[in-house]
Design a protein around this ligand. Sequence first.
Ligand SMILES: [Fe+2]
Ligand SMILES: [Fe+2]
Length: 503
Amino acid sequence: MTRNHTAERVLLEKQKLIDISIALTSETDLHRLLSRIISELRGLTSAQGGSLYLVAQDRLTFEVAQNEIIAQTLGSELLCFRCHDLPVDDKSLAGYVALTGQLLNIADVYELAADLPYHFDPSFDRRTGYRTRSMLVAPLQDHQGEIVGVLQLINAIGADGEILPFSREDETLVLALASQAAVAINNVRLISTIKNLFESLVVYSVSAIDARSPHTAGHSRRVAAYSLALAQAVNGCQEGPLAGVAFSEPELEELRFSAWLHDIGKIGVRDALLDKKTKLTEQQLEAIRWRIWLAHGQSHDPSERQALVEDLQFLQQINALPYLPPEAPARLARLAAKRLTRPAGDRSGEGSEPPAADYPLLTAEELAALMVSHGNLTSQEYAEIQGHALQTLHILQKIPFSKPLAQVPRLAACHHERLDGTGYPFHLTAAELPYQARILAIADVFDALTASDRPYRLGASCAQALHVLQQEAAKGRLDRDLVELFIARRVYEAVLAPTDAAD
Ligand SMILES: [Fe+2]
Ligand SMILES: [Fe+2]
């Protein structure tokens, strides 16, 4: 880098300044942005080195250091000797600039007048043998006059390689770009604050929904971890059927949010269904108990009373079974046909006394619940639970996701879709299911199998769950290549403790 200030050069610099300003506004990563600010300014001023601090309350936090001579001769890690935070006070060059907002253009930092409040810290030069001479220290001041940081440019190099003081033009260039840089820094910080806010909102609200039932507590967090680990494993594939598949950073982010949010539709599913471990809900069983005890209390026939006790025992037993014994349907039908009598005026309390009535021992709804042959959900209840996938879509469609996350509602809603079209809610097939949705499906199934507190089922061991994944892949329901990768790269260890994984 050398200096040559011709009119043509000035014009080029102006154009470059505009290009850099535009480029800075498009950078969304803070560290990349800060590095870019320093490298561009070094280029514009032919500076050998540069560093940048950000203001954090009354401190200057060190962020970036560049020095081409140190990097070439001694290695870039030596730059870290300069990497320490500073107080915002008038003792150091950067501290003084942060405090006063004044630019310092120093021809030789070793020749500073003794009566100045600030001084140059020579420890880096002593340690490395580098000789710092000219320095330009400028505030990064935004359009509201707030100083967000300080940048230092070191040793302006002349046409013959000699070290020169920084020029007036350099000062103008640096100040022009510094204010643009300050605005860009504020923007990146603001975006990052909004992102963090949204992330926290997602994590805490979803965790709260998951925690409604011990069966789902932590589920979305684990599904996100498995999904991301599997996608990263795909990105690492150099050969095989997945070598051509790659996820960009925004796509990984989209997958992560889809995984976190995939079951948000469960917010609309009744607690009684989420937690259902028996055929009847607690309230239904309680109602039957009261009905029977009432009839029991009013009967004077010992054999009738005994029959009622046995009926209740039978119902309680059937209620807790995950299957239906062969003799049960006939007895349940007989019980459903049985009517209990309530004599007139059997209620204490105010008002007119109710007339005599009879009522069924079991309602039609209770009978349907008890007649379920596998598990504990009626077809209606199944439909209600399955409805959560569509609810996920409806809820997420109301969130104005920005472009990189635009597919989140659709991906999240597809986590129960299967490649052969047997999934729900849209019965999509392989051609319609992107890799992100296929990954989500595998992560969801695996966690549902291995979570230890599901109704009716102790958590399957890791090996059993992996076997189920393979079976599902063999049936053409889950993506075979992704399942194989999930197993081969031990993606399941993204969450499971090593001892679980060894099962
Ligand atoms: Fe789900
Ligand atoms: Fe799920």
